[in-house]
Design a protein around this ligand. Sequence first.
Ligand code: SAM
Length: 350
Amino acid sequence: MMAASNGTAPELARPAGAIRALVDPFARAITYLRVSVTDRCDFRCVYCMSEHMAFLPKADLLTLEELDRLCSVFISKGVTKLRLTGGEPLVRRGIMTLFASLSRHLQSGALKELTLTTNGSQLSKYASELKNHGVERINVSLDTLDPDKFRAITRWGELDKVLAGIDAAQAAGLKVKINAVALKDVNDDEIAPMIEWAHGRGMDMTVIEVMPLGDIDEARIDQYLPLSLLRARLSDRFTLEDIDYRTGGPARYVRVKETGGRLGFITPMTHNFCESCNRVRLTCTGTLYMCLGQNDAADLRKPLRASESNDVLAAAIEEAIARKPKGHDFIIDRRHKRPALARHMSVTGG
Ligand code: SAM
């Protein structure tokens, strides 16, 4: 079934009267839910986590059945795109059963896209299954193609495993996009060769500015590279042509004339993209963050567990969306030594 041309949910897929679309106070329709299915990860990326993270007790986590129920209520209220993330979504035990059960919403036409963001370490194992459950496109986070640098950035990761995972994903027919966080004096010199590598394999690539989320073991200012600077440097080597391509997210794309591929820029620091925000984020304990860059949140676990009917939950979701803030205000400079927000990206999911 096709979505309405204005980008709103395909209402015909749902029973009449069942839907009250989620629209926030700034008239933005909320059609995109990102779900962090676990706060755990098999990597410890230096800009994301400290080496010794305290993780949530397993008992605090929503079960996979509860996650399915929550996602399904969002879908019944107009969410058409669902991204599972983390932590590392593919390290959550039994995660394929969640993909399998959520795929029924793809079949009904209520959900347009079921996808995930992954570090790629488990893709060799799961790529075919993901494809069988209706996943078409995935994002793989990869900041370098140098094995030693990869180990230094991820602390625990192995580049070979991730590259094998990307091979498996492409062999399974999944469309892969590479996401790289731009890190000053770490991988800035590698972005150009990575673009050539990704585009050479038919993969889009997006570069992301580092965001001040959570205490890590080093200073953000040492990592922060404004993408305006990176773009200027890339322009010395490539012809970057602005294009209209949008994925409904914050990335702004150019076509790289020399490679023919697409390159996205996600610039939460240098250019605020909140005006078109269509998303909210759910943690693995059922906390809903209406903005990645603000602290206000709504507990959905309590209403979820309060009643077997979804009415209480649906009302709690509506109430939360009515509080969605206009945007974030991240700052990284020498006067702001503390993170803008105490929580790590692994909690809300990147
Ligand atoms: N483990 C999965 C992965 O690696 O893609 C999903 C979770 S991870 C938190 C999602 C994305 O957030 C990754 O691309 C990661 O590089 C990015 N990320 C983590 N901390 C960040 C930060 N402080 N600023 C910008 N991006 C960050």
